[in-house]
Design a binder for this molecule. Structure first.
Ligand code: ADP
Ligand code: MG
Length: 333
């Protein structure tokens, strides 16, 4: 649905040139939620703005659907941009216009009749659960409600693609979750492809299918969310995983332990089974759980435990074999 091929973008600042995006290639499939995560200044917004050509890439090509946007003259580009909605961290609403007029704005630009505009706005208000707020002004809304208006406006022209630039970064955790559920809902019900950028692991973990990690203008790691976050390889990816898992505390806990330390990873239905207990039961091995996460990535449950096994080397090896046979990944730490 979206294909970026070797995108570069540099800015001139005085006499020097800053390269914000350095040769990014990626493909987002139709109906997918694809996340790009990176620290501040990594080049996320620049890259996202290259997708609808709000920024013109210095080189490289952008395809959305069957069309190469980078090859189009300005007039045709305008028409294709309507197929791409966008939402922003700070909502970018018109402060002097009501909710209804904010949502109607792209429809008026598309020259729909007044009756058509009103009908479509009513549908959109329902979709984002803002019925009853149509006549308010942005200053009378909470952050979450403002973002709902932003989403409704972005969806007004029935786009195929929604671009989200840090859409939840200005919101508290509870409101973030409600906006993420709304995005997931829109993706599943309307089949809209979503490309989002964020610096928050939670956003990726809650709704994305695949993720790319961007650092200093380059993609350093990319893959299924489960794979990338359970087995991070690049130091920047590890940073993000560590932020979410309290690894500083774990480091202290691990110091001075005399038993065998293991990281066990399990995915799917295994998450709810008494696997560890069953593996040690026939032996005299004892275990201590030093750190544990049981959570979910999008719809898939997973768990990761750091355990210390205490007992004879032979019996510990036997326990590890049983765990692996049960489908767990077991790594020595
Ligand atoms: N219009 C601009 N002019 C000059 N430099 C820019 C401009 N926009 C972004 N940059 C620079 O490009 C880099 C990436 O910025 P940005 O894409 O906003 O990162 P992110 O969204 O990941 O925080 C930064 O070093 C930033 O200073
Ligand atoms: Mg940004």
């Amino acid at each position: 649905m979206i294909r970026l091929n070797n995108i570069r973008k540099s800015y001139r600042v005085g006499s020097i040139s800053v390269e914000a995006v350095r040769g990014v290639s990626l493909t987002v499939s139709k109906g997918e939620i694809f996340g790009i995560i990176g620290h501040s200044g990594a080049g996320k917004s620049t890259l996202l703005r290259c997708v609808n050509l709000l920024e013109k890439p210095t080189s490289g090509t952008v395809n959305v659907g069957d069309v190469e946007l980078t090859g189009l003259p300005e007039r045709q580009l305008q028409a294709h941009r309507r197929r791409i909605g966008m939402i922003f961290q700070h909502f970018n609403l018109l402060s002097m216009s009501t909710v209804r007029d904010n949502i109607a704005f792209p429809l008026v630009l598309a020259k729909l009749s007044k009756a058509e505009v009103n009908k479509r706005v009513d549908e959109l208000l329902k979709l984002v659960s803002l019925e009853g707020h149509a006549d308010k002004y942005p200053s009378q809304l909470s952050g979450g409600q403002k973002q709902r208006v932003g989403i409704a406006r972005a969806l007004a022209n029935n786009p195929d693609v929604l671009l989200c630039d840090e859409a939840t970064s200005a919101l508290d955790p509870q409101t973030t979750n409600s906006i993420l559920s709304l995005l997931l809902d829109i993706n599943e019900k309307l089949g809209i492809t979503i490309l989002l950028i964020t610096h928050e692991m939670n956003v990726i973990r809650s709704i994305c299918d695949r993720v790319a990690v961007i650092d200093d203008g380059e993609i350093v790691e990319m893959g299924d969310v489960l794979h990338v976050f359970l087995k991070p390889e690049h130091p920047v990816t590890r940073d993000f995983v560590d932020q979410a898992s309290d690894s500083a505390v774990t480091g202290q806990l691990l110091r001075g332990r005399s038993g065998r330390l293991l990281r066990m990873t399990y995915i799917g239905e295994l998450t709810y089974e008494p696997i560890l207990y069953n593996a040690v039961k026939p032996t005299s091995v004892q275990f201590a759980i030093l750190q544990g996460t049981v959570s979910r990535m999008k719809h898939t449950p997973y768990g990761q435990l750091i355990v210390e096994l205490i007992g004879s080397a032979g019996e510990i090896d036997q326990v590890i074999d049983v765990l692996r046979n049960d489908g767990l990944e077991v790594d020595a730490i």
